[in-house]
Design a protein around this ligand. Structure first.
Ligand code: BES
Ligand code: MN
Ligand code: MN
Length: 454
């Protein structure tokens, strides 16, 4: 393994350069205007994986953006690692809040700024660098490799499950490795064993058939913005418990062991609040911040619009009001079930003055991975070797829906070795990634491959 580690150290600068090339491609999957760029990012990966010596690489077309599939078999008797990542990114808006252009990667004091530096281009390149280090240093790869790098993670992954189903026979592996999560804190390694799922919906209330003069009609027309506000406010009770009937029916409760582990985490609630400018946190009664942001379900308004929002005052009584709402789910809630329960809540509570439109946008299942899995233990040892500290096993609040799909369709568990930090501003302006973590992550995966194989 030493040769591969030495290679990675010596080529860190080159690895950063390659990542910068990928970051310059604005592969924004949700916006059709960028479809050609998304394709260009897929092509870049095909060329790059080929150039480091991966035997078979292709961009598989889908009805949406392509999926990059690659395969490198060293020896049938060795275990096979299926590496998953995504090369698409979130839109950079609001642009004016970026200090440097989002698609011109910029280094400042050992930190690389740009959209995708952390989520997920910077992280997906770490297993790629690990593979390159084995292949170029002349040291035998300890594992066989397969890669699935998708281009639609940030917009619902709608073509990924059909791909996995169609390619099932080619995807045979022993375990999945994903670098697309966070570590506990700088220098405090962790391995994520739980992720939340998601149910995303959009609701619109329509009152009158057009916007009205608020003076000539106001008083006898129920305002859709007010009606929607009432419905949204009703989603939580005074204990910040979600009121949607049946919402908690399938929630797997935290075990006493888990709660004890959560309490042991070096989590600083004051610092956490200060970092995001909060005076007070608001959790579901009875749960700590750490539990509430990772192991309990939520129901959040993500967007809200109605009426006049331009400059000055326009006296108008709006015809419509809309909200985007996402629920983070925990096992064993299902997106389908929760979407139905939300629909029922809105249908039953929409007043007779309004017409309801309810749209299911997308969803995904939450997961809990067994921490005693041999690959989890190998990952923990690899992390410990790099950071000199035993990693914590943590649950995280974000979602990577394919983790549940890999389990359901291929029977595969996923090891989530994340090197992001919550402060990296993923999905936000000035997203960044520490180049020290880029180096450490590459090293940890080189070590993981070796340990898992033995
Ligand atoms: N990499 C993130 C998920 C993540 C971030 C997990 C940090 C744990 C820690 C992923 O790219 C993402 O943004 N997922 C979306 C879900 C998707 C269905 C749009 C999310 O969590 O909002
Ligand atoms: Mn991601
Ligand atoms: Mn993301």
């Amino acid at each position: 393994m030493q040769q591969a580690l030495d290679y990675a150290q010596a080529h860190h600068e080159a690895f950063v350069g390659h990542l910068e090339d990928l970051l310059r491609i604005p592969s924004i999957s949700t916006d059709d205007a960028y479809a050609a760029d998304v394709q260009r990012a897929a092509n870049w990966l095909v060329d790059y994986l080929t150039s480091i010596g991966i035997a078979h690489v292709e961009a598989v077309p889908t009805a949406g953006h392509p999926i990059v599939f690659a395969e490198h078999t060293v020896d049938e008797s060795r275990p096979t690692l299926l590496i998953y990542g995504h090369y698409d990114v979130q839109p950079p808006d609001p642009l004016e809040l970026w200090d440097t252009p989002p698609f011109e990667p910029t280094r400042k004091n050992g930190t690389l700024y740009g959209r995708g530096t952390c989520d997920d281009k910077g992280q997906l390149m770490m297993p790629v660098n690990a593979a390159a280090s084995y292949l170029a240093s002349g040291e035998a790869l300890p594992v066989n490799l397969k890669f699935i790098i998708e281009g639609e993670e940030e917009c619902g992954s709608s073509h990924l499950v059909p791909f996995i189903e169609a390619w099932k026979d080619r995807l045979d592996a022993d375990v999945v490795l994903i670098c697309d999560t966070s570590m506990f804190a700088p220098g405090v390694p962790s391995i994520t064993y739980g992720l939340r799922g998601l149910a995303y919906v959009e609701v619109t209330l329509t009152g009158p058939n057009r916007d009205l003069h608020s003076g000539t009609y106001g008083g006898a027309v129920h305002n859709p913005a007010s009606a929607l506000a009432t419905l949204l406010a009703g989603l939580h009770d005074e204990n910040h418990h979600i009121t949607v009937p049946g919402f908690y029916d399938n929630v797997r409760l935290l075990t006493e062991d888990e709660r004890e582990t959560f309490r042991q985490l070096p989590f600083d609630a004051e610092a956490w609040k200060a970092a995001i400018g909060l005076k007070d946190a608001r959790t579901e009664a009875g749960y700590s911040i750490r539990e509430a942001i990772s192991a309990r379900p939520t129901c959040e308004v993500n967007g809200l619009w109605s009426g006049y929002t331009g400059v000055g005052a326009k006296t108008v009584l709006p015809s419509k009001a809309s909200a985007k709402i996402s629920c983070r789910l925990v096992p064993d809630q299902t997106p389908h079930e929760i979407t139905d329960k939300l629909r029922q809540y809105f249908e039953e509570n929409t007043p007779s003055t309004m017409q309801l439109t309810f749209r299911d946008l997308h969803g995904g299942h939450g997961v809990i991975v067994d921490t005693s899995h041999p690959a989890m233990q190998a990952a923990a040892e690899a992390m410990e070797a790099v950071y000199g500290k035993t990693p914590f096993f943590t649950r995280e609040g974000g979602s990577i829906p394919v983790v549940a799909d890999f389990k359901r369709l291929l029977g595969l568990d996923s090891v989530l070795m994340g090197f992001g930090l919550n402060s990296d501003a993923i999905h936000s302006p000035n997203e960044h990634f520490g180049l020290d973590r880029y180096r450490e992550g590459t090293e940890a995966i080189i070590r993981f491959m070796k340990r898992y194989a033995s």
